[in-house]
Design a protein around this ligand. Structure first.
Ligand code: SAM
Length: 360
């Protein structure tokens, strides 16, 4: 590894903590750095690889030396037994099934997925190059294999595509909103899924996008402008009993705050800062958000719950609690998406239909 790359990677690793996670430290340092985009890419890779292989490394030697050892280890490979013992903190197996195939996927570099706006696929593949279409199940997904800094490309700035994980794209297809319908993206954040819903609706109909974080909705506004999405409204909503509107929806997506275990391939530092207490707290929060959101559904409307985590309390546990406390809902389906299924983040979704009035 080049000296400049090692120096910056070591600085970022030292700054990373529970209060200042590695992805935030990376953003802060790479924004200020004068290294070339190619070298910065290597810094990002070194930092994330370090946290991926942390328990294999010797803490009594310098971080620079540990990074060298890590490269040797990656080239040599590790056994299933070591993966079982070292990949994750012990508490994880008390909240979810842990199979070695998942552990092996966690130790690999994540794949980079784009979601292309309707009508731009051929043009984008030609302009950007190094794009490989995903299976027919994900018609708008392209894997990007190139080295360009995508945020600087004019085709990105003109809104031809978004960077969106393929499992996250799966949630848009599960919602399957139709042109002309009215949807509520209840935990819209920066709008990754709002944009996909709008594209699937051919920008016809209306989407309410809500979140408790005003700064996230501000970013959503910038992203919708770039993607030429105008059929939406933004509202603050904290997940409480007072809904942001009296409108009744054809569909509601609750892409809830979660422990993010499904993103541990992409963001390995989070493995060492998360806790089982957080899993329990977030499961309760998800149940509360769903119980409140359901009041906004029309009869026969669809409620989609998604989380980028795989823990049982946050996934099946939440579904069981909602089934118990919302008799007006009929569960249609629930599914875990593992990183080795489509090659993206681990995710979970469940879909309910609100029974029609008088229906059993
Ligand atoms: C998984 S993120 C949403 C990602 C977004 N849907 C996307 O695809 O880009 C979860 C969101 O839930 C929001 N959130 C946190 N607490 C909440 C609450 N009590 N009620 C509703 N949303 C909440 C967070 O601000 C965050 O934006």
């Amino acid at each position: 590894m080049e000296k400049q790359v090692v120096t910056l990677a070591v600085r970022i690793i030292r700054q990373s903590s529970r209060e200042n996670p590695a992805d935030a430290a990376l953003r802060e340092n790479t924004r200020k750095s004068e290294l070339s985009p190619e070298r910065l890419r290597l810094v990002v890779q070194a930092v994330f690889d370090y946290f991926r292989w942390l328990p294999w490394l010797d803490p009594s030697i310098g971080i620079g030396q540990q990074l060298d050892d890590m490269e040797t280890l990656q080239a040599r490979g590790v056994s299933d037994a070591q993966l079982r013992q070292l990949t994750l903190p012990n508490w994880v197996s008390s909240v979810m099934p842990v199979e070695v195939v998942w552990l092996r996927s966690l130790q690999q570099q994540p794949r980079l997925w784009l979601r292309v706006r309707r009508g731009f696929k051929e043009k984008l593949m030609e302009t950007l190059g190094d794009c490989v279409p995903a299976s027919d199940d994900y018609p708008a997904a392209l894997e990007y294999l190139g080295r360009k800094d995508l945020f600087r490309e004019s085709c990105f700035q003109e809104g031809w595509f978004e960077i969106q994980d393929i499992s996250s794209q799966a949630i848009g297809h599960v919602c399957n909103p139709q042109a002309g319908e009215t949807w509520w993206d209840a935990c819209a954040g920066e709008g990754g899924k709002t944009l996909h819903l709008a594209d699937l609706m051919a920008n016809k109909g209306l989407i309410w996008a809500s979140d408790p974080a005003a700064w996230r909705l501000e970013r959503l506004k910038r992203r919708t402008a770039r993607a030429q999405v105008f059929n939406y409204r933004r509202e603050l909503w904290d997940g409480g009993a007072k809904l942001p509107t009296k409108t009744k929806f054809d569909g509601i997506l609750v892409d809830a705050p979660c422990s993010g275990v499904g993103t541990w391939q992409r963001n390995p530092h989070a493995r060492w800062t998360s806790s089982p207490e957080e899993v329990a707290r977030l499961a309760e929060l998800q149940i509360n958000i769903l119980r409140h959101a359901v009041k906004g559904l029309k009869p026969n409307g669809r409620l989609v719950y998604s989380v980028c985590t795989l823990t049982t309390p946050e996934t099946e546990g939440v579904v069981a609690a909602v089934n118990e406390s919302c008799p007006e809902l009929q569960l249609q389906t629930q599914k875990l998406l593992w990183p080795y299924d489509a090659g993206g983040n681990g995710m979970f979704y469940a879909v309910w239909i609100r029974r029609s009035i008088g229906g059993g």
